[in-house]
Write a protein that binds this ligand. Sequence first.
Ligand SMILES: [Zn+2]
Length: 78
Amino acid sequence: MSDLAHGQGVDATCSRAGCRAAADWRIDWRNPRIHAADRRKTWVACDEHVGYLRDFLTARDFPVWVAPLAPAEPEATR
Ligand SMILES: [Zn+2]
C-alpha cells in the first residue's frame, strides 16, 4: 500500500524525489483530466519542499490542498 497519510501512525517521508526528510505537510491534489471528482492523490512533503510541490501542481492548474500532516499517534518514547 503506498497510499500515504491514510492510517494512523504514518511514518511519512517527503514525496520530493531524492528527499529523505520526514514530512510535515500533506498535499492533496487531483488531476481533473484523469481523476474522478471525488478522487484525490496525497503527497507528503518536508518544510523545504512543500512550496516546491505545491507550485509544481498549481502550475498545472490542478486543485491542491495543503495541510499540516497530523501528528502520528505517540509511540513509546525512546
Ligand atoms: Zn523534502
